[in-house]
Design a protein around this ligand. Structure first.
Ligand SMILES: Cc1ncc(COP(=O)(O)O)c(C=O)c1O
Ligand SMILES: N[C@@H](CCOP(=O)(O)O)C(=O)O
Length: 463
C-alpha cells in the first residue's frame, strides 16, 4: 500500500515511512493511493472477533509489510491492554434508533487513546528496528497532548513536546500534560489558541533544516496512522448493531475532522454508512463550509467544549482532495487561498460530493449545557460537553429507519465544571488518576512565536 500527498508533489511513501514522516514535504497530508474494500469473507469473520481482532482485520490492508501478522497482533494487544472496559468501545442504546459509542475508556479518558496507544507501540517497534530517535511535536486543544504523553512517556529514543493554548484547556487536561515527571516529556503552554499551536507545528514541518535536525515526527491526526486506528471503531459499532451489513449513520463531535474522516474511510472500505454528521460547537467553520461552500476562518470563541475550539481543521484537506477528484494542484490552490486571505470557496462539484456523504449542525453553549442535563435526566448518562454536542445533533438528524450512533469522545470527569453546572453532579476521576490534583506540575510558558518555540524545543530535547 502506497501513500500520496494531498498536494501532489511529495514523494510516494509506504506505510512505515508515512507514519514516521507525518506531514508531507509539500505541506500536504498523506492518504492511501487507493482505499481497499474489505472482502465479504473478512466482513463475515468480524462478527466473531473482539476489538483487537477486528482492529487487525480492518487495518491490515493498509500497513503493507511494515509488520508481520504476529508482530501486528502483539502490537494491537499491547495497545488496548490498559483500557478500562472489556469491550474497549461499548455501544449503548439511548432510545429507539439512537446509540452512543463510548470512546473514553483508555488511559487518558478520551477517544485519542484508541489511536495514540496503538501508534505509540508502532513507533517503538519501528524505531527499535531502525535504531533511530525522534522528536515528536504535537499541537493540542487538550486531549491529543495528554494521550501522546501517556503513549510516549519514558522512552529513551523519543522526546515528546506538546504545545497547548495557555488557559484554554480544562484543569484535568492541563494536569494530565504537566504532571508526568519523565525527562522526555515537555509541556509548553503557548500564549495563543489551538490554531496558533497547529500553525506553528505545520511551519516547523515546512522548515526542512529544523525538521531534519530534530528528526521531527507528528502524532496529530495529520499523521495517517492516527486516522487509520480510528477507522476500526466504526466497523466495531456496525458489527455490534448489524453484523457490519446493516446501513447506519454516525454523528461525530468534530474539530480537526480526523475522527469523522476515519468514518468516511470506513465507508469507502465498504461499510454501509448513510450519513456522517459533523457536530460542532459555536466554532462552526465546518458547518458553514459544508452547508454554504465557503470555508472562512473567524475568531476562535472559547467554549465549554474546549477540545473543539478549532477553526483551521486540518483533515478537511483530505476530504477536499477526494472531493476535487484527487487533484493535488487544486488542493494547493485552495490552501494558498487560506494562507493568504483566510478562506476559500469550494468548487460546486466538490460541494456536491461532500454533501452526498456529510451533514453538519452546530450547537450553542446553552444547547450543549441543556443536552448534558437532558442526557442525564432521560438516559441516566453523565456525558462530557463534546459528547453532548454529538447527542444533541444526532437527535436532530435521526431518521428512524436507520440506526444513528453518536460518538462519545471524552469522559465527563475531564470537564467536571461543565457537567456539574448542567446536572449538579461532579463526576469523579476514575481511581487510576484519583491523585491527579496532588501531583506537582511542570510546564513552560512560551510566547506565541515560532522562533521561540523552536528554540525551546532545540534546548529541551535530549540529544
Ligand atoms: C473530546 C473531543 N471530542 C471531539 C474532538 C474532535 O475530534 P476531531 O478533531 O477528530 O474532529 C476532539 C479533538 O479533536 C476531542 O478532544
Ligand atoms: N481536539 C484535539 C485537537 C487536535 O486534534 P488531532 O486529532 O489532530 O490530534 C486535541 O484534543 O488536541
Amino acid at each position: 500500500m502506497n501513500y500520496i500527498s494531498t498536494r501532489g508533489t511529495a514523494p510516494v511513501l509506504n506505510f512505515e515511512d508515512t507514519m514516521l514522516t507525518g506531514l508531507a514535504r509539500d505541506g500536504g497530508l498523506y492518504v492511501p493511493e487507493e482505499v481497499p474494500v474489505l472482502a465479504p469473507e473478512v466482513v463475515e469473520k468480524l462478527h466473531w472477533e473482539d476489538y483487537e481482532g477486528m482492529a487487525f482485520h480492518v487495518m491490515k490492508p493498509f500497513i503493507g509489510d511494515t509488520f508481520t501478522d504476529d508482530e501486528f497482533k502483539a502490537i494491537i494487544a499491547r495497545a488496548y491492554a490498559d483500557f478500562g472496559h472489556a469491550a474497549r468501545a461499548p455501544v449503548k442504546q439511548l432510545r429507539h434508533g439512537l446509540w452512543m459509542m463510548e470512546l473514553f475508556h483508555g488511559p487518558t479518558l478520551a477517544f485519542k487513546d484508541f489511536a495514540m496507544q496503538l501508534i505509540g507501540q508502532m513507533f517503538q517497534a519501528v524505531l527499535a528496528r531502525r535504531g533511530e530517535r525522534i522528536t515528536i511535536v504535537g499541537a493540542t486543544s487538550g486531549d491529543t497532548g495528554s494521550a501522546a504523553i501517556e503513549a510516549f512517556r519514558g522512552l529513551d529514543n523519543v522526546d515528546v513536546c506538546i504545545l497547548f493554548p495557555h488557559g484554554r484547556v480544562s484543569e484535568v487536561q492541563r494536569r494530565q500534560m504537566t504532571t508526568p515527571s519523565e525527562a522526555n516529556v515537555h509541556a509548553l503552554a503557548v500564549e495563543g489558541t489551538f490554531d496558533d499551536c497547529q500553525r506553528h507545528l505545520k511551519d516547523m514541518f515546512a522548515d526542512d533544516a529544523f525538521r531534519d535536525e530534530v528528526r521531527l515526527a507528528a502524532v496529530n491526526s495529520i499523521n495517517w496512522a492516527r486516522v487509520l486506528a480510528q477507522v476500526v471503531y466504526y466497523w466495531w459499532a456496525a458489527v455490534a448493531l448489524g453484523d457490519g451489513k446493516r446501513r447506519m449513520s454516525f454523528t461525530v463531535p468534530t474539530g480537526n475532522f480526523g475522527d469523522i474522516y476515519a468514518g468516511f474511510i470506513a465507508k469507502r472500505m465498504g461499510l454501509d454508512i448513510e450519513r456522517l454528521v459533523v457536530a460542532t460547537n459555536q466554532n462552526d467553520i465546518l458547518r458553514r463550509a459544508i452547508m454554504t461552500g465557503r470555508y472562512e476562518v473567524g475568531e476562535v470563541r472559547p467554549s465549554i467544549s474546549p477540545s473543539m475550539d478549532i477553526q483551521v481543521s486540518s483533515n478537511f484537506e483530505r476530504l477536499l482532495f477526494d472531493a476535487l477528484g484527487r487533484d493535488g494542484a487544486a488542493v494547493s490552490g485552495l490552501m494558498n487561498g487560506l494562507r493568504q486571505s483566510g478562506g476559500f470557496t469550494i468548487p460546486d462539484a466538490a460541494q456536491d460530493y461532500i454533501r452526498r456523504h456529510f451533514d453538519a449542525s452546530s450547537t450553542s453553549e446553552e444547547q450543549t449545557s441543556a443536552e448534558i442535563a437532558e442526557s442525564h435526566a432521560q438516559f441516566g448518562e453523565l456525558v462530557c460537553p463534546h459528547s453532548a454536542i454529538g447527542i444533541e445533533v444526532a437527535r436532530a438528524h435521526q431518521n428512524i429507519s436507520v440506526p444513528m450512533v453518536a460518538l462519545a469522545t471524552a469522559h465527563p470527569a475531564k470537564f467536571p465544571d461543565a457537567v456539574e453546572q448542567a446536572t449538579g453532579i461532579r463526576p469523579p476521576l476514575p481511581p487510576r488518576m484519583a491523585d491527579l490534583f496532588d501531583r506537582a506540575e511542570r510546564v513552560t510558558r512560551v510566547a506565541n512565536d515560532l522562533g521561540q518555540i523552536q528554540a525551546l524545543i532545540e534546548e529541551r530535547r535530549r540529544k
